[in-house]
Design a protein around this ligand. Structure first.
Ligand code: FES
Length: 283
């Protein structure tokens, strides 16, 4: 690490984005923590007071002022995960890693932390390793998750929408599972729907990795044209409760659990999708 290198990282981001958080993320991604010198350089280059930069760096739990390990394991202890056994999962990690929350293993490989909510409450207890989500974790999976971390997973730098984790959805009308275990996308069972366009119908396979918009469409549909989504079991149309923030088309709502929906833009080619954890129509 050199002052020149930090100066360059900071100036690149200041010129391109001007956001303090983006600059700090860039520095942390490079060094795995925020060295004091970097905070001073960010303050100088952005014209902000050092105390303000320090305030941002300490407010967000994603930032660390201490060196972190190569891999970061985060266990959620938010309410939804806590009631499903998150504390026992955290204890199992601490026992196997032989460190406490906030510490790094002596070999510098793994930093372990507990967090308050990872935004995937329906999947709790939730564990995240380098940005990869593990849903419904049990104590017996802890050793395997540590092994995955050590083996190395592609690091997700926290970019919005880049996080990938598997979801399981059902039809909101008949509640039958939409998971197709025979046809996989992104290495996971796909979500099977039927789409209709211009009086014709065909199979639609969606990736069940939240954050991925990989799909297979067995119907000719022009790009940017909205379609209708149907359940392959009960043949009812998937309900629409909101419109896509990307293109304004209706979103098809798929059932995750009571009050929780996976909403997908119905417009061909649009990447809009949303994990709605507060959808009162999902009963
Ligand atoms: S409470 Fe754990 S992800 Fe929200």
């Amino acid at each position: 690490m050199s002052s020149e290198e930090i100066e360059k990282i900071v100036s690149d981001y200041v010129e391109r984005q001007g956001s303090i958080i983006a600059v700090l993320e860039a520095v942390q991604n490079r060094y795995r923590y925020l060295p004091e010198e970097a905070l001073r350089i960010v303050a100088r280059q952005t014209g902000r007071r050092l105390v303000d930069i320090y305030g941002v760096a300490t407010f967000y739990k994603a930032f660390s002022l201490k060196p972190r390990g190569k891999h970061l394991i985060s266990v959620c202890l938010g309410t939804a995960c806590h009631v499903r056994g998150g504390q026992a999962i955290a204890e199992e990690f601490m026992s196997q890693l032989q460190i406490k929350a906030g510490e790094t293993t002596p070999d510098g490989e793994i930093t372990f932390e507990t967090v308050n909510c990872l935004g995937a409450c329906a999947l709790g207890p939730t564990v995240v390793v380098d940005g990869h989500y593990y849903p419904h974790v049990t104590r017996s999976q802890v050793g395997g998750i540590i092994a995955d971390a050590l083996a190395g997973m592609e690091r997700d730098d926290g970019a919005a929408g880049a996080r990938l984790f598997p979801i399981h959805v059902s039809c909101p009308n008949c509640k039958r599972s939409l998971m197709d275990y025979d046809r996989r996308l992104d290495g996971h069972p796909s979500i099977a729907c039927v789409i209709a366009y211009d009086g014709r119908k065909g199979r639609l396979g969606l990736s069940s990795l939240y954050g991925s918009r990989a799909s297979e469409v067995e119907l000719e549909v022009p790009m940017n044209e909205p379609c209708r989504f149907y359940c392959p079991h009960c043949h009812e149309e998937m309900p629409h409760y909101s419109n896509c923030v990307e293109c304004g088309s209706p979103m098809a709502a798929l059932y995750i659990r009571r009050g929780c929906a996976y909403e997908v833009c119905t417009s061909r080619g649009c990447p809009g999708h949303l994990l709605n954890l507060d959808q009162p129509n999902m009963k």
